[in-house]
Design a protein around this ligand. Structure first.
Ligand SMILES: Nc1ncnc2c1ncn2[C@@H]1O[C@H](COP(=O)(O)OP(=O)(O)OP(=O)(O)O)[C@@H](O)[C@H]1O
Ligand SMILES: [Mg+2]
Length: 269
């Protein structure tokens, strides 16, 4: 039975999703290495091994993400906007807005009732408002990045960071550590600074409900809650799949659509 695949080569993580008839068979996240093509191969090979398939079984593969042009084995490359929108609507059919926060940029996407693209905005000029900001701050706190979210939820009196700038915020955090503020209160300040930056971008589009968050930062519940509070809107969490995989899922879904077209063309008249 033929299968399809989507591969999202991001700046920090490479994701692969393998699907059969709109059902996810396997999904893998690996750290992006210096060669995007090799990271993509690694992620797809691991996903294929997970479901006991081989590269020859893949009838169509779509590549996306900043490193997509370097993937040798894809049939087609598509924008991250199309792939995140497609994946988000599959998991949350009511989504009219998608906020993808990855390692080096943040994209806010507005969709119409049918899932068609209305408009999008991106921040790719500054580390604040991206996963990189959280990675840098986690290092200053001597914490793994995946602890920032849950810790921050325990804060009773969050600190306010004086600056959203990654460089100035580091100095501010060191000041709070030296003042012996509890780690959870500093983490809450970090997540709120991050959410404030993303909200500035989101407010430029006047987002409609439902809002869905994708990308690795969607796993940080502190950022999700802070963003919902600042926007004054509820954020529908992706529950059935790791949100970091949504771009690769969208790529696999678009691959399935393309594979369907190719197969139909091959049918005898
Ligand atoms: N378990 C986790 N908890 C919280 N945050 C996480 C977790 N895992 C990853 N992240 C965050 O996700 C970010 C990476 O997300 P993602 O894989 O979507 O980025 P990317 O696609 O490589 O980047 P880009 O789209 O900007 O090129 C990391 O910077 C980190 O902040
Ligand atoms: Mg990404």
């Amino acid at each position: 039975m033929s299968i399809v695949a989507g591969c999202d080569v991001g700046s920090l993580a490479t994701k692969a999703v393998v699907m059969e008839r709109r059902r996810v068979l396997a999904a893998v996240v690996v750290r992006s290495g210096p060669k995007p093509g090799a990271s993509a191969r690694d992620a797809l090979d691991q996903a294929l091994a997970q479901c006991g398939r081989s590269a020859g079984d893949v009838s169509y593969c779509v590549g996306t993400g900043y490193g997509r042009e370097k993937i040798a084995f894809v049939n087609e490359t598509l924008s991250e906007i199309s792939c995140h929108a497609k994946g988000a609507r599959f998991l949350v059919p009511s989504a009219r807005s998608v906020i993808d926060i990855g390692g080096q940029d943040c994209k806010v996407i507005k969709l119409d009732a049918n899932g068609g693209l209305v408009k999008f905005v991106t921040n790719d000029k500054c580390a604040s408002g991206t996963g990189r900001f959280l990675e840098v701050m986690a290092k200053v706190m001597h914490l793994p990045v995946d602890r920032l979210g849950e810790l921050s939820l325990q804060a009773r009196d969050p600190v306010t960071l004086a600056s959203m700038c990654t460089v100035w915020a580091q100095a501010d955090i060191i000041k709070h550590i030296n003042a012996r503020r509890p780690a959870e209160e500093i983490c809450a300040g970090i997540n709120t600074a991050m959410a404030n930056r993303v909200a500035m971008l989101a407010n430029a589009l006047r987002l409609e409900n439902d809002i869905c968050m994708t990308g690795g930062v969607a796993k940080n519940k502190g950022v999700v809650h802070a963003l919902a509070r600042i926007l004054g809107q509820r954020i529908k969490e992706v529950k059935t799949l790791d949100p970091q995989l949504v771009g690769a899922l969208g790529a696999a879904l678009l691959a399935a659509e393309q594979a369907g077209k190719v197969n139909r063309k091959e049918l005898p008249p």
